[in-house]
Ligand binder design. Structure first.
Ligand SMILES: [Ca+2]
Length: 434
């Protein structure tokens, strides 16, 4: 069958608890890095399997499984299941079976059904309407044989034309009843159809692969996530995007709306153009392993601030005014600990704090604050240490901390300088969330 370029894949993650509203659950499965491939997955032998195993992708999607009017199955042009039996190459079956064998990055295999311009889902609809989904039907027996031959974890729907909810749901139930663990969706348009299928199949649908290339190039993952009530895995085409641009695009989507992974379309093109499979897998994986970017919003800026003491003209508000010039600092000369307390006005998630000392304001770096800590409080009265700095002599302290939630913060200084000078000089105190 002729391979068409436009396609979708959707995968949905299972909520870890059906009793918790989905948006709050955010089951935390491994971020998905998936690759779709066609002919080479069947035709090119063990070297392709070895390439996939060492790529860094964790999911392999064999595309496309075609369904004939009688329910027999092809992988692209190759007949693979007929009259209820596997009739494909034995060598391929053995090669394919190595995909999940250690050492490998692959832990999931899916069989992706359909493509642009092929009547696979129309044939599924017609067969189910005329014969049902019983274990003696040719459709059932062939998909069972396909499951045994491929070890697939899920069936993926790349329906681009039929869009019949009833048969799509019955087909999914048939597949999970025979042993496929999940159904995944691969849309590029018609969100209402996919939303209906997802709702009717429930947690069976654990992934949505959203086509964001070709016909789906204008898709916004956030709007699909909102419509489907689950995170999606956006896909990009290696013909259009370098590995670096894949990383940047997915990273932007992940920052703005949080996505469940990414997928690449299409292995065949990578092979033909000598693109590195691993470089694309790394690009996707790096989006989810890098330190989450911090917001550029300084949550302390111009917030209500007090101190246990300050020098005339060098009041606490000068430590949160965003400036390090023109002596814009809080200075305290009280004996003993000196503190600066900020009321953020409400609770925030905080993961980074910054202090700009004397040297950052063009004073002597020897006056940089030496020993101090960040404290948090829920009532502004009782304090808990969050992070402690000892022996600092840098002009700027920039600390990342595990995310905590607080309204009140305190900079608590125990040794104000690296000399005998007893004055604390804080040009700016800043806090950031992710
Ligand atoms: Ca300042």
């Amino acid at each position: 069958m002729k391979k068409k370029i436009s396609m979708f894949i959707v995968i949905i993650f299972v909520s870890i608890s059906i009793f918790t509203p989905f948006k709050n659950v955010q089951a935390s499965p491994q971020p998905v890095s998936a690759i779709f491939g066609g002919g080479p997955f069947y035709e090119k032998g063990q070297s392709v399997m070895n390439d996939l195993k060492s790529s860094g992708f964790n999911t392999v999607m064999i595309w496309s499984i075609h369904v004939s009017a009688t329910g027999d199955l092809n992988i692209n042009d190759h007949e693979i299941c007929k009259n209820g039996s596997y009739v494909g190459s034995d060598a391929w079956k053995a090669q394919w079976a190595t995909l999940k064998q250690a050492p490998t990055s692959i832990n999931r295999i899916e069989v992706s059904i359909g493509a642009w311009g092929t009547p696979d889902f129309e044939n599924i609809r017609n067969l189910i309407n005329s014969q049902g989904t019983g274990p003696n039907t040719n459709l059932y027996k062939n998909f069972k044989a396909l499951l045994e031959a491929t070890g697939a974890d899920a069936v993926d729907y790349d329906d681009e034309s039929c869009y019949d909810v009833d048969s799509a749901v019955k087909f999914g139930q048939m597949c999970t009843n025979m042993g496929y663990k999940n159904v995944t969706l691969c849309p590029y348009t018609n969100v209402n159809f996919w939303s209906n299928v997802k709702n009717k199949l429930g947690d069976t649908v654990d992934r949505v692969y959203l086509q964001c290339y070709a016909g789906g190039s204008s898709n916004n993952p956030a709007s699909w996530q909102s419509a489907l009530g689950m995170k999606v895995i956006p896909g990009l085409w290696c013909r259009d995007e370098s590995a670096n641009s894949v990383k940047n695009i997915l990273s932007d989507w992940n920052k703005s709306s949080g996505i469940a992974g990414g997928f690449m379309w299409l292995y065949d093109d990578m092979l033909n153009n000598k693109l590195s499979t691993a470089s694309y897998a790394n690009a996707i994986n790096s989006v989810f392993t890098q330190t989450p970017p911090y917001s550029s919003d300084n949550l302390a800026l111009n917030k209500s601030v007090t101190a246990n003491q300050y020098v005339n003209g060098e009041n606490p508000s000068l430590a949160v005014d965003g400036s390090t010039t023109d002596n814009s600092k809080w200075c305290s000369t009280v004996s003993g600990p000196k503190w600066l307390k900020i009321d953020l006005g409400k609770n925030y998630d905080i993961s980074r704090w910054v202090v700009k000392h004397a040297g950052a304001g063009s004073e002597s770096s020897a006056w940089n604050t030496k020993d101090f800590k960040l404290q948090k409080s829920s009532d502004g009265i009782n304090w808990t240490d969050v992070d402690t700095v000892v022996g600092n002599n840098s002009d700027i302290t920039d600390r990342k901390v595990p995310t905590f939630n607080s309204r009140y913060l305190r900079l608590y200084i125990t040794t104000p300088t690296n000399t005998n000078d007893s004055a604390a000089r804080i040009y700016e105190f800043e806090v950031y969330g992710k």
